[in-house]
Write a protein that binds this ligand. Structure first.
Ligand code: COA
Length: 267
């Protein structure tokens, strides 16, 4: 099931972390729905490989090497987008970093690294894109990636959990401040998405795959296309009245975990 080929026609979308994983999945879905895409990442080689695949789909694609921890780099993404296409209608702050380490063993620099990428990087994307999003003739869209783990606590990922909670607060504030500018700000909260490096490292390599699967009511990991479809919806005309939402796409994992009857039978 996909959207029509003109669901995002005429839109110009920036996707940070667009060279792989969920970001690349979003880029593919956006190209298929008629958007022009700018993918940004630290790794130019990954970007080139991704761009080749997107162009083979018929996509109009631009790549920008950038580290979202650096505000000048993020401004550079926006400038390249406006210089190339004359508009920036969608900014998807997808780039993220994460690794499993207990808080008691986490170095201050490990903490700072993830906060810099996830939370500061998301603010930088919003701040740098605001003027262009305000000018969008479609009504600008700003999407950030959250997680349901942010609000329930995330043992092993204190840095990413705190960053994502901060992102959720930021998006709510921006919704209030930027609605008057026609900008719809939302988060998407992916569950465990099977075809990503994150799930491989956090669950599979750590021997927690079976345990994780058993906690998902729909019984399987998600796919990048599931998150991509949520992003297409939010950025299309169909999502025009959605602002300040946290769209959870997790196979019911969050609700399943919350149910003592389903997941934790009495001993
Ligand atoms: N466990 C504990 N500490 C870790 C770690 C791990 N697995 N990985 C990194 N760190 C610490 C480093 O030791 C360093 O702290 P120190 O200076 O006190 O030693 C700090 O984090 C920064 O690490 P460094 O490797 O220099 O950072 P980086 O900027 O090169 O890369 C990431 C950081 C998060 C981007 C990197 O782990 C990465 O590329 N991850 C893959 C992408 C990713 O995480 N995607 C998201 C999936 S959800």
């Amino acid at each position: 099931m996909t959207f029509s080929t003109d669901a995002l026609a005429g839109r110009v979308a920036v996707i940070t972390g667009g060279g792989g994983g969920i970001g690349f999945g979003i880029a593919k879905a956006f190209v298929a729905a008629g958007a022009k895409v700018v993918i940004a990442s630290r790794n130019q080689e990954r970007l080139d490989t991704a761009a080749t695949e997107l162009r083979a789909m018929g996509g109009d694609v631009t790549t920008v090497q950038a580290d979202v921890r650096n505000y000048d780099d993020v401004e550079g993404i926006v400038k390249t987008t406006l210089d190339t296409y004359g508009a920036l209608d969608v900014m998807i702050a997808n780039a993220a970093g994460n690794f499993v380490v207990p808080a008691a063993e986490m170095s201050p620099n490990a903490w700072k690294t993830v906060i810099d990428i996830d939370l500061n990087g998301t603010f930088y994307c919003a701040r740098a894109a605001h003027g262009a999003l305000k000018d969008s003739k479609f009504g600008g869209r700003f999407i950030a990636i959250s997680t349901t783990r942010a609000l329930e606590g995330w043992p092993g990922c204190a840095h990413a959990g705190a960053a994502k909670a901060g992102i959720m607060s930021l998006i709510r504030t921006l919704t209030g401040e930027w609605g008057k500018d026609g900008i719809r700000c939302n988060t998407i909260a992916p569950g465990a998405i099977g075809d990503t490096e994150g799930v491989k490292r956090i669950y599979e390599d750590a021997g927690r795959k079976a345990n994780e699967l058993s906690s998902i009511p729909l019984g399987e990991f998600g796919k990048t296309v599931d998150i991509a479809n949520a992003a297409v919806f939010l950025c299309s005309d169909a999502g025009a009245y959605v602002a300040g939402a946290d769209l959870v796409v997790d196979g019911g994992r969050n609700r399943g975990r919350a149910s003592p009857i389903v997941n934790t039978p009495a001993k």
